[in-house]
Design a protein around this ligand. Structure first.
Ligand SMILES: [Fe+2]
Ligand SMILES: [Fe+2]
Length: 166
């Protein structure tokens, strides 16, 4: 499928607001890929499609897995690294690839994101991507705990894994 076709199809699938966020994530992922020497076309596709299943997924905790499935079935993505980057973009995972790290953090820092502390994470993403992911995971975990929401253990595992590598 040609890239412009992918974009058109995605816009119909997820609606304007999420489409804007997806374009922002795609552009951020491309910039990060050029800085860290990652495959830019993979970063572009993974960034664009990372939330492609969010529109039809009621359970926010499951939208990343759903998006990976839709990327494969509806958008014809076959590349495993792209599929995994989409599948783990909310929690990260142990042994995540560079592409996985880029999509994780691009989603959290793209220009449409506004939350306390985002500027610091934005800067760090371009100098030390692991440290940026650690910061992002720590604030998410704290947010979830403070509100007695369900904590996805995968994010705790990712946090511990990245901290061990420091
Ligand atoms: Fe997402
Ligand atoms: Fe997203």
């Amino acid at each position: 499928m040609y890239f412009e076709e992918l974009k058109k199809k995605l816009e119909i699938e997820i609606g304007q607001k999420l489409f804007r966020h997806s374009i922002g994530t795609m552009e951020e992922a491309e910039k990060l890929a050029s800085v860290y020497g990652c495959d830019m076309s993979k970063a572009k596709i993974a960034g664009l499609l990372h939330d492609c299943g969010k529109g039809t997924c009621k359970d926010n905790l499951k939208h990343a897995k759903k998006s990976a499935e839709i990327a494969r079935l509806k958008f014809g993505v076959k590349d495993k690294d792209i599929i995994n980057a989409i599948m783990y973009h909310t929690t990260g995972r142990v042994n995540m690839t560079l592409l996985g790290k880029i999509i994780f953090i691009a989603d959290k820092i793209e220009p449409n994101r506004h939350y306390e502390g985002v500027e610091e994470i934005r800067k760090e993403a371009y100098t030390n991507i692991d440290a940026a992911i650690i910061k992002s995971l720590e604030s998410t975990i704290e947010y979830v705990k403070n509100r007695n929401m369900v904590l996805d253990m995968e994010s705790v595992n990712t946090l511990n894994y990245l901290k061990e590598g420091k």
